[in-house]
Design a protein around this ligand. Sequence first.
Ligand SMILES: [Zn+2]
Length: 98
Amino acid sequence: MTVKKAISHIDLLIQDKHDLKMKMIGPVLPLPIPGDLVNRFDRAMGSMLETDIEWLQSIKRQLLPEQHRTKIVCKHPKKDHDVDPNGQKYCTGCNANL
Ligand SMILES: [Zn+2]
């Protein structure tokens, strides 16, 4: 899997979790209502989804520098280069798109 593909999968996951949170909870967590079990469940669910989104964004940031931020030039030999099913050339050594 190329880094680009991994990032697009992560983007889909982030979007999915964001949509679920908006459908079930809304943009902000509801204020706590003592003794209300549904409220407690909503708050727990919302905070779980927010944590998942933060983790996925953090993983995405870790993947980005390889290609976009530091502009590392692949120094692996040509024999390590391959083409993915979409025709994108990439390095099997460092996963950078070429
Ligand atoms: Zn490489």
